[in-house]
Ligand binder design. Structure first.
Ligand code: G3H
Length: 255
């Protein structure tokens, strides 16, 4: 806290909180694009934001990605022993298993010495597969748990990078390019105005599920994600924003 005051980070947090109209902004020094150390610190700051958000009973939905992977390594048992149940916000991500929501969910729960439930379905499915799997008892149960989550902690990706990493079809890539997609979160691709231009047919959290009753913690760092983060914030779902200084200074400078 003293270091944050000395470096002016607290002032930056307050100015951004007002500018972006979010309840809380947490900033770590540096830029994730330039140092892995900063990405680790971002994970730690987000884990602390999660612990500060706890109520007596908590169902915590978590997404995948490298950023959330770092958060999951920093989650600790709650000294007040409040109940935490972790669930993945989405199905498998079609990317490396260590970055899938299921893996990160189980890691967080282990760190917190808490319970977890997994969602064993692919991230992207056809309409026919969706209609079939949604009837499965296990899928139904876990989806209802995900929908009743009280806290959601998630990352934001750069649209092009995410489409490539998740091996999107040429057709999808064309749509994203034509419509100037800048970011991706929860399987939704959006443009600079925060308008959704494409969504993956996915199980788990949909944007409509991000209601005011849920506490949404958005974690993202690295200057290369500024456009994606700015656009996502415009959608108005974030309660707590955890970013790095590189992103923060640019967000403050933007109109
Ligand atoms: O949906 C967004 C991605 O999960 C972000 O992934 O943290 O590896 O950049 P990342």
């Amino acid at each position: 806290q003293i270091i944050k005051e000395q470096t002016g980070i607290i002032g930056l947090e307050n100015r951004l909180k007002d500018k972006l109209n979010v309840k809380e902004v947490n900033i770590v020094e540096g830029d994730c694009d330039e140092s892995d150390e900063v990405k680790i610190e971002l994970g730690e700051a987000a884990a602390k934001a999660l612990m500060r958000s706890l109520k007596e009973e908590n169902i915590i939905a978590v997404t995948g990605g490298t950023t959330l992977g770092n958060v999951s390594k920093m989650v600790k048992p709650d000294p007040k022993h409040r109940k935490m149940v972790f669930v993945p916000a989405r199905g498998g991500l079609g990317e490396r298993v260590e970055f899938e929501a299921n893996t990160i969910c189980s890691q967080m729960a282990n760190g917190a010495e808490s319970e977890y439930h997994l969602l064993h379905v692919p991230d992207e499915v056809s309409d026919e597969t969706y209609d079939m799997l949604i009837k499965e008892k296990h899928v139904k149960e876990i989806l209802s748990l995900i929908q009743s989550s009280t806290i959601i902690i998630h990352g934001i990706g750069d649209a092009k990078k995410m489409a490539k990493r998740r091996k999107a079809s040429d057709e999808t890539i064309e749509i994203l390019e034509k419509q100037d997609a800048v970011g991706e979160a929860f399987g939704y691709y959006f443009d600079g105005n925060g308008d959704v231009i494409h969504r993956i047919n996915t199980f788990g959290i949909q944007l409509d599920d991000l209601t005011k009753e849920k506490r949404v913690i958005t974690v993202a760092g690295g200057s290369s994600k500024v456009a994606a983060i700015q656009a996502y914030i415009k959608m108005g779902y974030t309660d707590v924003l955890v970013i790095d200084e590189g992103v923060a200074t640019q967000l403050l400078a933007l109109k």
